[in-house]
Design a protein around this ligand. Structure first.
Ligand SMILES: [Zn+2]
Length: 229
């Protein structure tokens, strides 16, 4: 009797030992918002290609009570804790903008962004800068890409299954006046955490920069939907 029990366990352990080798064959989806390079941006003004003309701060009522969530994040169970770090070439002024955005999201209590390096199985955010010159056609239309960012979801199935987000958020320092801003960092970090563009001007995820640094109720509801279940 005791011997049979031992054998059963031995077989079960052998089977389990092979399960971790079964990694989800799907490529890790990446959903960075770099919409200016897409044709759609000719028709849809984009934050990441923000209009350089100063926008008036209009008071509008929110049409939706929840900011849209990036497709690849929908239905995923993500832990609220992220470890973030800066790429080596991020200037102190860009770091200040990113840190202010980090503080905004931490103040919600819905996510917890901690300075430091993540393991493969933990959520991470890399803050970076890049230089991308716009074509004269774009700049004549007042379209400048101020940044880009997004989630990268990695799912491992089988024994010890986990889902993590190795996200990135970047500022286009070719246009420092438009890009190195708390509002742009807040928007790109929103993408990194899984928020998509909103049609509400109250949202930090409105596609055109309004210098907004405060999360709307709809933004908070979307974060709750991603991180609170
Ligand atoms: Zn965007």
């Amino acid at each position: 009797m005791r011997k049979r029990t031992w054998l059963t366990w031995a077989v079960a352990l052998l089977v389990l030992a092979f399960v971790p080798l079964t990694i989800d064959g799907k490529p890790a989806p990446v959903n960075f918002k770099t919409e200016l390079t897409k044709l759609a941006d000719r028709y849809l003004p984009n934050y990441d290609a923000q209009q350089s003309t100063s926008s008036t701060q209009k008071r509008e009522t929110s049409s939706a009570d929840q900011t849209p969530i990036e497709n690849i994040v929908q239905g995923k169970t993500l832990k609220k804790t992220y470890y973030y770090h800066f790429a080596s070439d991020v200037s102190s002024s860009a770091q200040v903008a990113f840190e202010a955005a980090v503080a905004t999201y931490n103040a919600t209590g819905l996510v917890k962004l901690v300075a430091g390096n993540a393991t493969d199985k933990q959520n991470s955010i890399t803050f970076f800068v890049y230089e991308k010159q716009m074509s004269s056609a774009n700049t004549q239309q007042g379209m400048i890409e101020s940044g880009h960012g997004g989630p990268k979801i990695i799912q491992q199935t089988g024994w010890g299954a986990y889902t993590v987000n190795h996200a990135r958020a970047g500022l286009n320092v070719a246009y420092p006046q438009q890009a190195i801003k708390q509002s742009v960092a807040t928007h790109e970090l929103g993408h990194a955490l899984g928020l998509d563009h909103s049609t509400s001007k109250l949202s930090v995820m409105y596609p055109v920069d309004q210098s907004r640094t405060t999360l709307s109720t709809a933004d908070l509801n979307a974060l709750k939907a991603i991180y609170n279940d």
